[in-house]
Design a protein around this ligand. Structure first.
Ligand code: FNR
Length: 391
């Protein structure tokens, strides 16, 4: 198995291993992909202050998320279809996160089901919910997450409608995928390892939904159902409804605007994820790092009565431990990654997700040290070059 020194190496390996239709699904953004590119470019433009002659003994990257200890302040964010990139993909990712000591979030649109992941792991994981028009089915997903010992629920609010992703349209990536197109069929033949893996997979597709949602028996019934049932009318009242149904820590994902973050804080959510869905939704939205300082300010200023406000986490564009450090320096308490672990999974299965986590942790620790910092609690804007970062 080739050694991958960086997330970029994992990306290149994933590109070689996956049929183009599925690689493009991971590695693309909506419309012109301006926001998708801005996420990484804006992070790269932030300078780090090089400091010397600091005692670096005993440095470590441990932290907490929702009051629980984590090996580093990074979680594997929810990603639909992970089990398509590698058989049992979500199980591999959940096990890698468990071993490493960081949280894993299972998407509503995962291939392995909530129950599959619960049976394969011992630590609690998080479940990500897309609110569906069918409140009965939404409530049943929440109940399944409770029964599976999920320790937090992520409600994703930035995708009531799907951003236009031209690459997916051109590649014929729909449900079910258009494998019969000559270009697609030829490309599949060029990726026999992936095809063999898929043939061997025992998992049922979209395990949270098929066989559970009313009338959804297979992929083609799912297509109609999904288009109809993701609720475009989601409102703050619905967020409160989800909070009541769940009764545990709720994480709201996909907030960019200080007003929205203030509203989430007033409702008393446990955490918000500043996210533009990795540039897959509103093209033209700013990079998340750009809005992060204002988001942190908004969350702190409007905590629920007597509380400090929700934890502020961030994702979109993080490709190294250096990027994690920059986000923490601008006030995030933790970061989520999406594509980095998907690249690892697609490239090398479980070993690739392990490697992704290792790279992020080693990079974070080393970068902290070269900035003269020995613990996550000491990370702050003083580690960044003035004038190169949003304030
Ligand atoms: C996602 N994302 C996502 N988010 C979510 O809440 N539910 C989901 O099912 C998915 N599915 C999904 C699939 C794929 C292929 C990608 C790349 C992303 C968004 C994800 O959780 C996260 O917000 C972004 O991926 C973060 O950006 P980076 O780390 O990928 O740059």
């Amino acid at each position: 198995m080739p050694f991958a020194p960086s997330i970029e190496d994992l990306r290149q390996l994933a590109q070689r291993r996956l049929p183009r239709m599925f690689y493009d699904y991971i590695d693309s953004g909506s419309w012109t992909e301006r926001t998708y590119r801005a996420n990484t470019e804006r992070l790269a433009a932030i300078g780090l202050r090089q400091r010397v002659a600091v005692d670096l003994e005993g440095r470590q990257v441990r932290s907490t998320m929702l009051g629980r200890p984590v090996a580093m302040p990074v979680a594997l964010g929810p990603a639909g279809l992970a089990g398509i990139f590698h058989p049992d993909g979500e199980i591999h990712a959940a096990r890698a996160a468990e071993k490493f000591g960081v949280p894993f979030a299972l998407s509503t649109m995962s291939i392995c089901s909530i129950e599959d992941v619960a049976a394969a792991t011992r630590s609690p994981f998080w479940f990500q919910l897309y609110l569906l028009r069918d409140r009965g089915f939404s409530a049943s997903l929440i109940e399944r997450a409770k029964a599976a010992r999920c320790s937090a629920l992520i409600l994703t609010v930035d995708a009531p409608l799907l951003g236009r992703r031209y690459k997916d349209v051109r590649n014929g990536l729909s449900t079910p995928p258009q494998f019969w197109r000559p270009r697609v069929a030829l490309d599949l033949m060029r990726h026999p390892a992936w095809c063999l893996g898929m043939l061997r997979t025992r998992r049922r597709t979209f395990g949270n939904i098929i066989g559970h949602a009313p009338g959804v028996k297979d992929l083609s019934t799912l297509t109609n159902w999904k288009n109809l049932e993701v609720d475009p009318a989601l409102s703050w009242r619905d967020v409160e409804w989800v909070m009541r149904q769940w009764g545990g820590p709720l994480i709201l994902k996909g907030l960019m605007d200080p007003q929205d973050i203030a509203q989430a804080a007033r409702l008393g959510v446990a955490a918000v994820v500043v996210s533009n869905h990795g540039g897959r939704q509103l093209d033209g939205a700013p990079a998340t790092v750009e809005v992060l300082p204002r988001a942190v300010e908004a969350a702190r200023s409007v905590g629920a009565a007597g509380q400090t406000g929700p934890e502020v986490w961030v994702d979109s564009g993080i490709r190294s431990g250096q990027d994690v450090l920059k986000m923490l320096a601008l006030g995030a308490q933790a970061a989520l990654v999406g594509r980095p672990w998907l690249y690892g999974l697609a490239a090398q299965g479980r070993a690739g997700v392990d490697r992704c986590l290792q790279i992020l942790a080693e990079d974070l620790e080393l970068t902290m040290a070269l900035c003269g910092c020995t613990s996550v609690a000491d990370i702050g804007p003083h580690l960044l070059v003035p004038g190169t970062h949003p304030a």
